[in-house]
Design a protein around this ligand. Structure first.
Ligand code: COI
Length: 354
């Protein structure tokens, strides 16, 4: 792999006490092109603009997928990745659905290792900080025919991060617009899934809500996700989350929370969640807490849910499942608690150039 280091790190210019999500990028990026039916040799170079033609296919048809994963520092100041194998597998599941060639495992893993060796100072050890890693692949043929691209570009950038939602998260149940349909691409991390949510989210924002709860596209009765997160309901002492389908993203945090919750004795059900059952549970005083999960947010408590005229204000549960599970997960991510699941890994390849 060719590696070109920056001659002037930007790290000293960054104010880590004011770090809005997704706006600051570390010094290096990895770029790898797919040409003539093969992934070429990847290259690491200083983060910066990439050459792109106006006819680049992604700009016209949105053939693009991404992943979101995080690295943390453990108490020995070593970089720990959290379940990155799962991100690799999911990227390639998204690739199949979006007619994008699989990315080889060594390009993905070795690329991340080398980036993190170069930019490990961007991953702060202090509580609350992590380095968000964004691998993505897009169609890069110079061609505006509406068919699958023949050339692709794989890039990894990284971004130091803290809290995603610093304040309240008030949700509204969206009954008109949907995020994903049956047989569609909702389960994949396809760029267009996110683009399609921006307009309904903007409408919700103008009414004072931070995010939207997405319902199924057929009957508009079942809850699927919220914002960019998987959603969880504590009803009585049971934890309920929508059962996966082709319109729900198979969250790695979702999967981790299911495992952690079951191991501390919480009953977890993955079922189809009817919005009316939720309202009924709220009216009966049984809806104890709601939270969202995702790589970027980790575990994010929800303040309220509005359904039509009804605003369901959620109490801060004294023995909050959300906070307990967040603490468990983050303890493992930061190497503070024993990782009984083998979820964390360290940098494997150290064969850096000098
Ligand atoms: C993530 O949690 O990694 C996401 O996909 C959210 C992202 C769109 C900011």
């Amino acid at each position: 792999m060719k590696i070109t280091r920056t001659i002037d790190s930007r790290l000293k210019l960054i104010d880590f006490s004011d770090l809005p999500f997704g706006r600051v990028f570390s010094d290096h990026m990895l770029v790898c092109n797919y040409r003539n039916g093969e992934w070429q040799v990847p290259e690491i170079l200083p983060y910066g603009p990439i050459p792109m033609n106006p006819s680049s296919q992604v700009l016209h048809y949105g053939q693009s997928i991404f992943e979101g994963m995080k690295a943390f520092k453990n108490p020995n100041n070593e970089v720990l990745f959290f379940r990155r194998e799962e991100n690799f597998n999911r990227l390639n599941r998204s690739a199949v659905r979006m007619s994008i060639p699989d990315i080889p495992k060594d390009i993905f893993m070795d690329g991340i290792d080398k980036l993190l060796l170069l930019d490990s100072d961007w991953c702060k050890a202090e509580e609350g900080y992590s380095l968000y890693i964004r691998p993505f692949i897009f169609a890069s043929s110079n061609c505006i025919k509406a068919s699958s691209s023949e050339e692709f570009t794989f890039i990894i950038i990284t971004s130091p991060t803290t809290t995603y939602y610093p304040d309240e998260v008030n949700l509204v149940i969206e009954e008109h617009y949907t995020r994903a349909s049956k047989g569609g691409v909702g389960f994949a991390k396809a760029a267009g899934n996110y683009a399609a949510t921006f307009y309904p989210t903007k409408l919700a924002n103008s009414k004072g809500f931070q995010q939207v709860i997405w319902m199924d596209s057929k009957e508009h009765k079942y809850i699927e996700e919220c914002g960019t997160m998987n959603i969880w309901f504590r009803i009585g002492d049971k934890l309920i989350t929508p059962k996966l389908s082709d319109s729900i993203l198979d969250g790695i945090t979702r999967d981790s929370i299911i495992t952690l919750a079951r191991d501390i004795g919480i009953v977890v059900e993955e079922i189809k969640v009817l919005v009316h059952d939720l309202v009924e549970a709220y009216d009966a005083g049984q809806l104890k807490e709601v939270f969202g999960t995702g790589t970027a947010v980790a575990v994010s408590p929800i303040t309220s849910i509005t359904f039509r005229e009804k605003k369901m204000i959620l109490p801060t549960a004294e023995d909050s499942f959300a906070l307990r599970l967040k603490e468990e997960m983050q303890g493992i991510q930061r190497g503070k608690f024993k990782d009984a699941y083998g979820w964390t890994t360290k940098i494997i390849s150290r064969d850096m150039i000098s």
